[in-house]
Write a protein of this length. Structure first.
Length: 77
């Protein structure tokens, strides 16, 4: 989570299984979520654009990026 929204994630959980794993020197956070499937977290994460970066799992990151690319193409047409 970007430093701009890190304080919010430290104050409250946006997802029940949220765990703050690391606080970086720049104020950003590494946050972990345990989910049964990606759909459980996908819409929650979209609400936090552009303040998030998905580190792992790669499959979720790639699916998320594909969704965003599709949205951009749709917007441009």
């Amino acid at each position: 989570m970007d430093a701009d929204c890190a304080s919010h994630f430290k104050r409250r959980k946006i997802f029940p299984t949220q765990t703050v794993k690391e606080e970086k020197k720049d104020g950003s956070l590494v946050v972990s979520f345990m989910v049964g499937n990606f759909e459980e977290i996908r819409h929650t994460l979209k609400r936090w654009l552009p303040y998030i970066k998905i580190l792992t799992p790669a499959k979720l990151r790639n699916e998320f990026l594909a969704d965003m690319r599709g949205w951009i193409v749709w917007q441009e047409h």
